[in-house]
Write a protein that binds this ligand. Structure first.
Ligand SMILES: Nc1ncnc2c1ncn2[C@@H]1O[C@H](COP(=O)(O)OP(=O)(O)O)[C@@H](O)[C@H]1O
Ligand SMILES: [Mg+2]
Length: 329
């Protein structure tokens, strides 16, 4: 029987420091999520060894006794945080599930990822970035309304109703807030009014594109100015619809772009691409998540149900992709 190590960051591992925003540990997982994934791995006929975060891994790396690691660790801070566990595993020659350190760093940094999308002719909202409010100039390259995001975070960190700005005053205020609170540059994008979708992919040589999931907010599919804020994640104002009831034409576009994005950043085993679609039906890629949430409340659970497999089988599918890729089968 093969042994699978599990690397992760627990919400409770995070020690809040003075000045930390409420969502500082938003990317980390609840113990219940770790347990559910561990049980799913066991259900696929593997022994599971819980390792924990990058520091725990460092302590034990010479003596792990695992065949492969299932990594969902987010790391503590900075644009390379998700790369920390993968680079340690790579150094030690231990195979792991999911994207490597380069892809994780490249995609956590949304500005770097967007440069790749542009080079690959994948549509993404027009943008610019600033290190501080002092560097902000009244530009006319992007048209209001704009959305202000931290350059390298996930889980809608830093996003509230104030993130969508209509004028230069609002922009200045939000850039000041993001750069100071999250201690990183602000990414400013044209706000895409319309609908929102996310497309998951599993596999490598012949990646399987999963049914499109649509995001419904406050009971509405036509989101217009609404978007996925941090407060909404934990409320019942957000629903996922799978499969999205959309035209074949839009589905084809989303599938094609999702796969193109997955390949452009060399994602492995699994990933999820987030889109907004404007009123004229044009999709824009917001980001790719090579380390998407596997929480049972998140989209992977819903997708599993829709394609007629269990959550355990979905986790097995992802793990199996990594096992085959590493020639461990
Ligand atoms: N350019 C945009 N236009 C409209 N909404 C956006 C835009 N960028 C982000 N959003 C909203 O903010 C949410 C989070 O943004 P995203 O870029 O996916 O970052 P995260 O890594 O936090 O998920 C999206 O799901 C969407 O609702
Ligand atoms: Mg997202």
């Amino acid at each position: 029987m093969k042994t699978v190590g599990l690397t992760y960051d627990l919400k409770t591992d995070y020690k809040f420091k003075e000045g930390d925003p409420l969502d500082a540990n938003a990317e980390f997982d609840a113990l219940s999520t770790i347990n559910v994934i561990a049980e799913a791995i066991s259900a696929n006929g593997f022994k599971v060894k819980k390792i924990g975060n990058a520091s725990n891994l460092l302590e034990k790396i010479g003596d792990l006794g695992v065949d492969i690691v299932f990594n969902i660790s987010e790391g503590v801070s900075g644009r390379n945080r998700e790369s920390q566990v993968p680079i340690l595993l790579e150094m030690a020659g231990i195979p792991f599930v999911g994207a490597d350190a380069l892809t994780l760093g490249l995609t956590l940094d949304k500005v770097m990822a967007k440069k790749i999308f542009i080079a690959e002719k994948i549509p993404t909202p027009k943008f610019f970035e600033v290190p501080s409010v002092e560097a902000l100039i009244d530009q006319d390259h992007c048209k209001f309304p704009l959305i202000v995001k931290p350059r390298f975070e996930g889980s809608s960190k830093g996003l509230s109703e104030d993130s969508r700005v209509e004028n230069f005053e609002g922009l200045k205020k939000q850039v000041d807030f993001i750069t100071k609170t999250y201690k990183q540059p602000a990414l400013i994008e044209e706000f895409i009014s319309g609908q929102e979708f996310t497309v998951a992919i599993v596999g490598n040589e012949k990646p399987e594109i999963m049914p499109v999931v649509q995001i419904k907010i406050d009971g509405k599919l036509k989101l217009n100015d609404k978007f996925y804020t941090f407060a909404r994640i934990t409320s019942d104002r957000l629903e996922y619809i799978c499969p999205a009831k959309i035209s074949q034409e839009l589905k084809n576009k989303l599938d094609d772009f999702a796969l193109k994005v997955y390949r452009s950043v060399e994602c492995r085993d699994f990933g999820r691409v987030d889109f907004r679609v404007d009123k004229d039906g044009n999709p824009y890629v917001l980001e790719i998540n090579p380390l998407p949430s596997l929480s049972t409340e998140d989209v992977f659970m819903l997708i599993a149900k829709n394609i007629g497999i269990t959550y355990e089988q979905m986790v097995g599918k992802i793990l199996n992709s990594a096992i085959i890729r590493n020639g461990l089968d």
